[in-house]
Design a protein around this ligand. Structure first.
Ligand SMILES: *Cc1c(COP(=O)(O)O)cnc(C)c1O
Length: 419
């Protein structure tokens, strides 16, 4: 019988013995995740305790509402667990209020907008072409459909956000909210500068730190909490927690924000996920996590330097975060082709648009990498150099033979740093 327990800390669910088709798929996924080097910006390895909690005692519990005010009975433990998660989030980020119920980063952002905006309101956010997230005004997303989003970008010469441009746009657009934060921006964000712009035009400031929240928790990056009206984040990226969202705000907005999550945009929270968030938020307060966050950024800087030497030019010249965004045009390859050649060799990277990209989005000129998961596996600077050298080989030679040879080296590297 297929064994599917390797990916969890719990015994095999007997039901999978009755479902060999699904068991085989999960086994194959377990094999895949062990044999590919993940250098994807938004991925990490959840802590072993997180995997132990998910699907456990609280998974089946309905607990609509908030601690002390539930719409269901039997919520004593659910209340205590959610209070613990909220307290840990408030302490970790120094925030007056936290909401740990959003089911995802997108759900957290939807609730943040619901708390401070009305449909049709003008909003200023990083344009998607320059690194903004879907929830920052994509026409395919509720944000772009229900609100009047306007995009700011980065400067052509240095790739950095230009706060003078943001202010100029804000004066024209008169947004009700300004969103700061991005999915594809490797540099620290000037929260105080954004606050000044927001105050100038009387706008709310919404900070989306979903990418970098673990670096904020560890004090490696400056926190938006003292500056933003609402902070949106996720627990499954740098925090190594369960898949889910997180919101922080001041007491004055707390009630509006909580109502924007439940009952406005969500029903019952996933209480096992809330418990796993509590675990990750507790772990992020430990000195080991600070060291992990520092190593993650150091690895990203090493990787950026090594990629520069092989012709994948780092945008903005480097990084302050776990992210390395690169421009592949110097190699005469599209981002998609780099992504394809790397995947064939067991190296996972992501294509992305570069600011002012002339390639169609499906091809894209950039490649985005992240070091959060490799660092969680224990890799250091030497492995970052080695990764860049492996990438260099498939970029120089796109043949299946080369992909196979590199894939063998990736597997032997991963044997030294097992998942
Ligand atoms: C990952 C991310 C999100 C969305 O998270 P999901 O959980 O995938 O919905 C939102 N904003 C930014 C900046 C992100 O990096």
């Amino acid at each position: 019988m297929a064994v599917v327990t390797r990916s969890t800390d719990r015994p095999a669910a007997p039901v999978l013995g009755d479902d060999p088709a699904l068991a085989a798929l999960l086994d194959a996924e377990d094999e895949r995740r062990r044999s590919q080097l993940h250098l994807l910006a938004g991925e990490n390895l959840s802590l072993p305790g997180v995997r132990a909690i998910l699907g456990g005692a609280l998974a089946d519990k309905y607990a609509e509402g908030y601690p002390g005010h539930r719409h269901h009975t039997g919520c004593a433990q659910a209340d205590a667990v959610e209070r613990l998660a909220v307290d840990r989030a408030r302490t970790l980020f120094g925030a007056e209020h936290a909401n740990v119920q959003p089911n995802s980063g997108t759900a957290a952002t939807l609730a943040a907008y619901a708390a401070v905006l009305r449909p049709g309101d003008a909003v200023l956010a990083m344009s998607l072409a320059h690194g903004g997230h879907l929830t920052h005004g994509s026409r395919a997303n509720f944000s772009g459909r229900w609100f009047d989003f306007h995009g700011y970008g980065v400067r052509r010469d240095d790739g950095l956000i230009d706060l003078d441009q943001v202010l100029e746009l804000a004066r024209t657009v008169r947004p009700k909210a300004i969103v700061a934060g991005a999915i594809s921006y490797p540099r620290a964000i000037d929260w105080a500068g954004f606050r000044t712009v927001a105050d100038e035009v009387g706008a709310y400031l919404v900070a989306d730190v979903s990418q970098t929240i673990g670096l904020v928790a560890a004090g490696v990056l400056e926190s938006p909490v003292p500056y933003a009206d609402v902070v949106c984040g996720v627990t499954h990226k740098l925090l190594r927690g369960p898949r889910g969202g997180l919101l922080l705000c001041r007491s004055a907005l707390a009630e509006r924000l909580d109502r924007a999550v439940f009952p406005f945009t969500q029903g019952g929270p996933a209480m096992d996920v809330v418990a796993a968030k509590a675990l990750a938020l507790g772990a992020a307060a430990a000195p080991e996590f600070t060291a992990y966050a520092q190593e993650t950024v150091a690895n990203a800087r090493t990787l950026a330097g090594a990629l520069d030497r092989i012709g994948l030019r780092p945008l903005t010249g480097g990084t302050d975060t776990h992210l390395v965004t690169t421009d592949a045009r110097g190699l005469g390859l599209t981002g998609k082709e780099v992504e394809r050649r790397c995947e064939a060799a067991g190296l996972l990277v992501g294509r992305c648009a570069v600011p002012f990209d002339d390639a169609p989005p499906a091809a894209a000129s950039g490649v985005r990498l992240g070091t959060a998961r490799a660092t969680a596996q224990g890799m250091g600077p030497a492995q970052m150099e080695q990764s860049a050298a492996l990438i260099e080989r498939v970029l120089a030679d796109g043949s299946p033979e080369q992909a196979g040879a590199v894939a063998r080296e990736v597997r032997s590297l991963l044997q030294r740093f097992p998942v």
